[in-house]
Design a binder for this molecule. Structure first.
Ligand SMILES: Cc1cc2nc3c(=O)[nH]c(=O)nc-3n(C[C@H](O)[C@H](O)[C@H](O)COP(=O)(O)OP(=O)(O)OC[C@H]3O[C@@H](n4cnc5c(N)ncnc54)[C@H](O)[C@@H]3O)c2cc1C
Length: 810
């Protein structure tokens, strides 16, 4: 053990070992891993070590694919067997809805260029003779599933890392972490002190405790998990190959081969947390006592689906613990506000994701960029709220219990709510709002006025709320609609250095005083980091508006780049709030509240000003996401109810009404407007999505400039388009795209949708999609798979509504 390393990884489970390996593979060799006990001594040694590439998040699916492909390589490199069994895997559907869902999933995986196959009950039985096919509709087969040996795989990473120069220090607990003024860390360990520039918390079951060593509360908590191993099953005795792994989605169980027996694992609906603060420091490689009573309902379904298991005994019960985060994805990356402190924890699928986490973290540490869009695993996708005890317990419980339950695109889950409500929440509820949630904030999805009894049906097709959304869209196009802008993030940037800092941070030119601009913010490589609007309220004072749920993510980026002096950054997201109001009558509604003239000549499109509403000061900007004449009005949050009442007092008689997210989606798609997380993400370049028209290529210096200049010379292969989608032949149209549906030309994949909605005003099903550039030049007839069925589609050359944007500017 040396006294100094560039990086120390705390924890020698599958994740820490992979991080160590990837650091060395990408060129950093002055690195060490410190393990409290032996390698695998946390969750890792219990694992059934099954793996699969499929995941709802295409970026995570791609990374899981990387993990699986890596196994052969590390086996070769280390000389240590990983115990690979590439059995293939099949997910079962025992209901029409599930079958429909699997068809849609197959199409989604096709967009990720992952080939899965729909199989019949007979084919399933041939793949796994243990399955009783009664009641099955079919299944989804993926050849890239199987299992490895947990011990061998972890050691293969460790041996390969050691061969590349890494050091592994066993039986040495890290007791404390102390940061020096230069940002490096002193690790106080059982065997002495070490200094390291970077520390990685890969402490698995102990991750929360290792977070607390630096004053960080990580949203991660251990839960218990059971599987059983059967004796040899006679039915398998004559089988020449291993059976295909099976996930019984309706049964909450999974089945893997093990010799001539089987492993049956359970995701029970009544899950249990274990040691919420993290495992005790002296927790050994022990099993928890099996709690058969609790998992009995799922076991009964499992034994009914795999009846041959009942004929043999149970060799071994495994009840162990592993960690969960509120959404089940790991926590990876630099912890906001803690210099040189990184996490790679909260991983519930170490054998699908371990390699990917190692790759991501190593690239991030060494090159300053994770290399992919990994927002779904980024520790900064959460704020402090996520680690609150009740929230964390409710969310993780919900995630675990619903692991195999169908999720619908229009479903809003109940756990951890309400956590935050805007100051107008009760007014919106009184008008019939049905809420969803964004970063803990209740946000209206649609309004069912005077229909307290209305319950939306859960469906992948158009729901019974379709016409409520239509009413909101029509009201906005003919009168005005207002959206509670509590789920926008607001930042104030001020001071003598504000202009220079923002000029470098944002790729667009900065607006003049009293003006607003859409300002793409780029990462160092030239891909998107944000689609902010920037309003210049004074020479040295700006407001930035972005997505509410990106506050921690953007905050980390801002803070990393903020100069020491001359710029003050304030996050006003919760202290200020307001409405985005738009529609042809919106000027008539806002004008009476103000002393100043809102006529087009006096306050044209993209103007902003600080104004006095009489009852409150306010920031007013002329902007619109709907394509109609529109204003965003922000006031201190306690004044939002008064603003709501004043707008309604002037507007209700003119047809003003509240609108929700669904109406906004319909309205923005009619205008071909993209938004963050669907069209705009950190894997997209400005040239792909059309935001390059806001980039000031001639500016001498801004972050990402080299990347966008390169792209200007060599355009990306895919571009964003709007698609009009029609009914499938012989069918009535009752569904719209929701994202990640394949776009095809003569059956060949040429792109994928990012979001979709019914354009209630233009009466057309619409989608935004990235498609191959050559397809756009001379648009041919295309198809889009919607709920697994091919629908005719065509590229719209201009937005479906008001292509010249006259209404917005009028
Ligand atoms: C019953 C069961 C079945 C499972 N089946 C599967 C499966 O089929 N497929 C799958 O992908 N996953 C499965 N998992 C989950 C899998 O085990 C985890 O995803 C994985 O092991 C997490 O690895 P890790 O490295 O993050 O954490 P851990 O394995 O918990 O490793 C953390 C390590 O950090 C060390 N450590 C902690 N604090 C300190 C400190 N202060 N100083 C030094 N060292 C420290 C610990 O000793 C430990 O070795 C299963 C889990 C269980 C319990």
């Amino acid at each position: 053990m040396k006294s100094h390393y560039r990086v120390v990884v705390i924890g020698g489970g599958i994740v820490g070992s992979s991080v160590l390996y990837h650091l060395t593979r990408h060129g950093w060799n002055d690195v060490a891993l410190i393990e409290r006990a032996e390698l695998t001594a946390g969750s890792t040694w219990h694992a059934a070590a099954g793996f699969h590439a499929l995941n709802d998040d295409p970026n995570i699916a791609a990374l899981q694919g990387y993990t699986i492909r890596l196994y052969e390589e590390i086996e070769r490199e280390s000389g240590q067997s990983v115990g690979m069994h590439m059995t293939g895997g099949v997910s079962l559907a025992a209901s029409d809805e599930r079958w429909q869902m699997l068809k849609a999933e197959r199409a989604m995986y096709e967009t990720m260029e992952m080939q899965t196959t729909l199989v019949s009950p007979e084919e399933i039985r041939a793949m796994c003779p243990l399955v009783d096919p009664i009641g099955l509709k079919g299944g989804l087969f993926d050849a890239h599933e199987g299992y490895v040996d947990a011990h061998g795989t972890t050691h293969a990473f460790a041996i390969a890392a050691r061969k590349r120069g890494a050091e592994i220090i066993l039986r040495n607990r890290v007791l404390e972490l102390q940061q020096r003024a230069d940002g490096s860390w002193d690790l106080i360990t059982e065997k002495g002190n070490i200094n390291a520039l970077h520390v990685v918390n890969a402490a698995g079951l102990w991750a929360r405790r290792v977070g607390r060593m630096v004053g960080v509360e990580l949203p991660v908590v251990p839960m218990s998990h059971h599987y059983l191993v059967t004796d040899d099953v006679p039915l398998l005795a004559s089988l020449e190959r291993e059976f295909v792994s099976v996930t019984d989605l309706e049964g909450f169980t999974y089945l893997q081969p093990l010799g001539k027996g089987a492993v049956l694992g359970v995701y029970e609906r009544n899950p249990q947390h274990w040691s919420p603060d993290g495992a005790a420091w002296d927790y050994g490689m022990d099993l928890l006592p099996p709690d058969v009573e609790r998992i009995l309902p799922e076991l009964e379904i499992g034994y009914a689906r795999f009846p041959a298991l009942a004929e043999v005994g149970i060799k071994r019960w495994v009840n162990g613990a592993f960690t969960f985060t509120p959404d089940g994805n790991p926590l990876v990356g630099p912890v906001p506000g803690k210099r040189n402190y990184w996490v790679a924890c909260g991983c519930m699928g170490g054998f699908s994701q371990g390699g990917a986490i190692g790759l991501t973290l190593a690239q991030w540490m060494i090159h300053g960029d994770p290399g992919h869009d990994i927002f779904g695993m980024d520790v900064a996708r959460y704020g402090a709220f996520a680690a609150q005890e009740n929230y964390l317990r409710d969310m993780t419980r919900q995630f675990y219990a619903r692991r195999f339950v169908i999720s619908y695109p229009n479903e809003e889950l109940p756990a951890g709510r309400p956590l935050k409500t805007s100051t107008v929440h009760d007014r919106l509820a009184a008008d019939g709002a049905r809420f969803g949630v964004s970063w803990g904030m209740e946000t209206p999805q649609f309004f069912a006025p005077q229909r307290d009894d209305f319950i939306e049906n859960l469906t992948v097709r158009r729901s019974n709320a379709h016409e409520f959304v239509g009413d909101e869209v029509r009201a906005t196009r003919t009168a005005a609609g207002m959206f509670d802008a509590s789920t926008y993030a607001r930042y104030e940037v001020s001071g003598p250095g504000a202009e220079a800092w923002l000029d470098r941070l944002l790729s667009s030119r900065l607006p003049a005083e009293g003006r607003v601009r859409l300002a793409p913010m780029l990462g160092h490589g030239g891909k998107l980091m944000g689609d902010l609007t920037v309003s210049r309220l004074a020479a040295d004072r700006f407001w930035l508006i972005g997505s509410y749920y990106l506050q921690e993510w953007h905050g980390r980026w801002f803070r990393d780049l903020l100069p020491k002096n001359g710029v003050t950054l304030k996050n006003l997201s919760d202290s200020w709030s307001g409405f985005a109001l738009s529609g042809p009558l919106s000027r008539d509604i806002v004008q009476p509240l103000l002393g100043r003239d809102l006529a087009n000549a006096a306050f044209p499109f993209l103007s902003c000003a600080e104004v006095d509403l009489g009852f409150s000061k306010a920031v007013l900007a002329r902007l619109s996401l709907t394509g109609e004449l529109g204003y965003e009005i922000y006031v201190p949050a306690p004044a939002q109810p008064a603003l709501c009442d004043a707008l309604m007092q002037h507007g209700r008689g003119l047809g003003l009404r509240h609108i929700g997210n669904r109406a906004l989606d319909s309205l923005r798609l009619e205008k071909s407007f993209g938004i963050w997380s669907t069209e705009f993400t950190q894997s997209i370049t400005p040239g792909m999505c059309g935001l390059d028209r806001h980039v000031a290529f001639d500016k001498a210096d801004f972050i990402g400039r080299d990347g966008v200049l390169r792209e200007r010379d060599a355009p990306s292969s895919r571009v964003l388009v709007t698609l009009a989608i029609d009914a499938a032949p012989g069918k009535t149209q009752d569904a719209d795209p929701s994202g990640f549906e394949p776009v095809k030309l003569d059956g060949r994949l040429v792109g994928y949708t990012t979001s979709g909605a019914y354009g209630h005003w233009v009466r057309q099903s619409l989608a935004l999609a990235y498609v191959d550039r050559e397809v756009v030049a001379d648009p041919p007839p295309l198809t889009v798979d919607v709920v697994g069925e091919a629908h005719p589609a065509c590229i719209l050359e201009r937005p479906a509504w008001d292509a010249r944007s006259e209404r917005m500017r009028g």
